[in-house]
Design a protein around this ligand. Structure first.
Ligand SMILES: [Mg+2]
Length: 328
């Protein structure tokens, strides 16, 4: 990361093939409290840069073998996504050199011999730029973090902590795409809590919320594998997206889910289906092709759910197998 804006801890790489010039610059910078690194050629400048990652580079243009433009270009290539200020220091004061320096990735230009006061003023100005960039990067990071949190919240159901409808829709779309690419079976389950209105009417809405929350926990704990996502579609309706899950596997999953819920023994005093809270569900499984849509899957799962209810609830019905979880 970028260092502090005061001279303490600010590391300057001074590159010049002439020892006397290096010494002159180094002396002024050191007296002002800067830490100075030195290099006497473009190639050694690159080595020191990569090893030490200085905060600022003071770069001579005319050097034997590779010149300062070459070094500046290599430095820029070596720090993709980052930016270390480069100041050319040269005896050549022509406008063209300034232009070439900026083109090569330089930020500023000083003409030799550099008066100490000019050098230090330039360093102050560069450090201000570094500090502004640091603050800007920090703000950007905060913004990204806030965006990620918002995006997570916008896809999370407040009551159960599962995905909400929006999150589910996105995961279903992504799962279809992935299963299509890999030619793997994809399963969607839609579930309803049996007689939930009656539950609310009997025990009150707070108990209703607690019940949904407890069911949410069961769903969450059942989705442990990668590619398994649970969500609340709204009201007492839940959905599960199961990647890499064939028809038979989906039936097994549904039975396990019902067993998990049954083990919770959530009392449902008025239910005509049983003493405990139960769920009904519809299952659809396919290997998606280019015609497969989220809407189509949801529709099939919904139709299967309707059949499950018609057959007496407390079961899952598979749209493709035309079987429910109570049948063997
Ligand atoms: Mg030179």
């Amino acid at each position: 990361m970028i260092s502090l804006p005061n001279s303490d801890g600010c590391r300057v790489l001074v590159v010049d093939d002439q020892r006397s010039t290096r010494l002159a610059l180094t002396m002024v910078l050191k007296q002002a409290g800067y830490t100075v690194l030195e290099a006497d050629s473009a190639t050694s400048a690159l080595e020191v840069f990569q090893r030490e990652r200085p905060d600022v580079v003071m770069l001579d243009i005319e050097m034997p073998q590779h010149d300062g433009y070459w070094a500046a270009s290599r430095i820029r290539e070596n720090e993709v996504g980052n930016w270390t200020p480069i100041v050319f220091v040269s005896g050549m004061s022509m406008e063209l050199n300034l232009w070439r320096g900026v083109e090569a990735g330089g930020d500023d230009y000083l003409v030799k011999p550099v008066p100490p006061v000019v050098l230090l003023a330039k360093m102050r100005s560069i450090q201000r730029q570094i500090e502004m960039r640091r603050q800007w990067l920090f703000a950007l990071q905060e913004l990204r973090h806030a965006n990620a949190t918002l995006s997570h919240l916008s896809e999370t159901d407040g009551l159960t902590g599962l995905l909400n409808r929006r999150g589910l829709d996105r995961h279903i779309e992504a799962a279809i795409h992935q299963a299509h690419q890999r030619r793997k079976p994809l399963t969607l389950l839609l579930c309803d809590v049996d007689h939930f209105k009656l539950y609310n009417d009997t025990l009150g809405h707070q108990a209703g919320d607690d019940c949904l929350s407890a069911i949410g926990d069961v769903f969450r704990s059942s989705c442990q594998r990668e590619g398994q996502h649970a969500g609340r579609y709204g009201g007492e309706e839940f959905a599960l997206v199961l990647s890499d899950t064939p028809k038979s596997g989906a039936m097994t999953f549904a039975r396990a889910l019902m067993n998990l819920l049954a083990a919770q023994r959530l009392p449902h005093p008025k239910s005509s289906t049983g003493d405990w809270v139960t769920i009904s569900g519809g299952i659809t499984t396919c290997i998606p092709d280019e015609h497969t849509s989220a809407q189509g899957l949801i529709q099939r799962a919904d139709e299967a759910l309707y059949v499950a209810k018609g057959r007496g609830r407390n079961r899952f019905f598979s749209y493709e197998m035309r079987l429910d979880t109570l049948q063997k």
